[in-house]
Design a protein around this ligand. Structure first.
Ligand code: PMT
Length: 397
């Protein structure tokens, strides 16, 4: 568990019978080389005292959002900044529901909301509460927001029931949590990703564009960063915050995207063309706004074909591993395979954009990864999860 050496870990303890096992988790984290600070909810203090966890962690235990003295020493925002990762164990059904809905009405929920790094949860509750569809929907929501889940395990519960809901053993939780810091599958690799739409101007106030939101490309950038890669993200105009640790280049037109990619592609290990680049742009951009003066019943816009960025990258002599997307409305796999061959790609990701609930501007996607020798369907899931699986696939190829 070397990955926990010198890490700042904030352990959140919430009110369940398994809270007594948190003492062992503090010991396990300390033994693995981490500094530990504990935050307890009010009800957790009914099961184990702050003094116990203070003695074991060697740090004061924080319990109250409105404690002026504690806030003066290390306030909730400083605690969120101090932590490299948060582990909540046990995580009760109530805590899971509150985290899922983004509540910030106690110290632990406020810190979690303000925190921008990895969060692990070790659920512990009665088996019927765990099975309940509201808990399952909250868990799904948190997983989609990249919370890592450890357990629960199955067996006899404190209330006498038998089933899923027991908190995992402290040693298992610490081991699973340590894997958050393991070197990623793309460490030492550099990845260039394009995302979003392009905007092709017609006149100073109008442009031709498409419905790409950038969600798929940004999710890939985030997954690649998490996998340890150095990421350059070239993006058309979207409303999403790029991952903090990537080299971000903002562009508007297909020509600007082409220029940015050509400028940054050399030396890259992987290129992923997620952007919905305009195939055509107006031949002429009017210098002033086109007027509707009543003399023309129709307006003809002449368009010229844009350079294919993906093809240009794959034609390079020192080319990276080249990944393209195929946004298709018919004959999905056949057309995607044609693009794989024509553009000489290593991998093409076939995306059925005729289905409005996946593809353009949706939270979820369903894609097929196609290489010369393989075809792998990634079932419908959040774009974040799909991105992780794509990154995993790339790192294994
Ligand atoms: O952004 P979201 O709302 O999350 O939506 C995601 C997405 C649907 C845009 C994405 O998953 C996707 O399918 N992107 C590819 C969109 C597209 O333009 O596909 P295409 O089949 O027209 O192009 C094939 C490939 O060539 C793409 O990798 C594209 O980036 C690339 N291309 C196309 C034209 C061009 N001039 N240069 C290119 O590099």
């Amino acid at each position: 568990m070397e990955s926990l050496i010198n890490k700042n870990i904030l352990l959140g303890v919430t009110g369940g019978i398994a809270a007594y096992k948190s003492a062992e988790i503090v010991r396990g984290l300390k033994k693995a080389g981490s500094s530990v600070r504990v935050v307890m909810t009010q009800s957790a203090q009914e099961f184990i005292t702050p003094l116990t966890l203070q003695a074991l962690s060697g740090n004061p235990v924080s319990t109250d959002l409105l404690d002026a003295e504690a806030e003066a020493a290390m306030g909730h925002i400083e605690l969120a900044r101090w932590a490299d990762a948060i582990l909540i164990a046990p995580a009760t059904a109530n805590t899971i529901a509150r985290l899922s809905s983004g509540r910030a009405d106690d110290l632990l929920s406020s810190i979690t909301l303000a925190f921008d790094g990895p969060i692990g949860l070790a659920p512990a509750m009665n088996q019927a509460m765990w099975k309940d569809e509201r808990t399952q929907s909250n868990i799904k929501n948190l997983e989609n927001k990249d919370f890592s889940l450890y357990g629960p395990g199955s067996g006899e519960q404190a209330c006498g029931d038998i089933g899923l809901g027991r908190m995992l053993e402290p040693s298992e939780i610490v081991e699973l949590f340590a894997s958050l810091f393991k070197a990623g599958s793309l460490s030492n690799k550099s990845v260039l990703i394009t995302a979003g739409p392009t905007q092709e101007p017609i006149d100073p106030v109008r442009y031709v564009t498409n419905r790409s939101s950038g969600k798929m490309g940004y999710a890939l950038a985030e997954a690649a960063v998490e996998a340890g890669a150095q990421v350059t993200l070239v993006s058309g105009p979207v409303n999403i915050k790029p991952p903090a640790s990537c080299n971000f280049i903002s562009v508007e037109t297909a020509q600007e995207m082409y220029d940015a990619v050509m400028h940054h592609v050399s030396g890259k290990d992987v290129y992923i063309g997620t952007a919905a680049v305009a195939d055509y742009s107006p031949t002429k951009v009017e210098g002033s706004k086109i007027k509707k003066d009543g003399s023309n019943e129709s307006l003809v816009l002449e368009m010229k074909e844009n350079q294919d960025i993906l093809k240009t990258v794959s034609d390079k002599e020192d080319r990276p591993y080249v990944v393209g997307f195929a946004a298709e409305t018919e004959d999905l796999l056949k057309n995607a395979r044609k693009k794989l061959e024509k553009k000489k790609l290593d991998l093409i990701i076939a995306n059925d954009v005729s289905d409005k609930s996946i593809g353009f501007d949706s939270e979820e996607n369903e894609v097929t990864l196609i290489t010369n020798s393989e075809e792998v369907l990634l079932d419908r899931s959040s774009k974040k999860k799909i991105a992780k699986r794509i990154v995993e696939f790339i790192s294994n190829n």
